[in-house]
Design a protein around this ligand. Structure first.
Ligand SMILES: [Zn+2]
Length: 69
């Protein structure tokens, strides 16, 4: 009759591949979430060059304040 009720819930769909944040190609498993090592390095160099804003200064200021007490 309805044998599918046993299996359908257990089978998870394959993970949808995320596009590479650099070029939009499907990411590879090795270089996830990027499509290639090249795109990974591009992203990394962007980090190092400071294009990403890292909101850390505020935390440090708070920590310093706590130390003061
Ligand atoms: Zn890419």
């Amino acid at each position: 009759m309805s044998e599918e009720k046993n299996t359908s819930a257990k089978i998870a769909p394959l993970r949808k591949a995320r596009p590479c944040p650099e070029c939009g190609k499907p990411s590879s498993r090795e270089d996830y979430p990027f499509c290639s090592n090249r795109c990974r390095e591009v992203d990394l160099s962007r980090w190092l060059s400071g294009s990403y804003a890292i909101p850390v200064a505020d935390d440090e200021a708070k920590a310093e304040h706590q130390d003061d007490q």
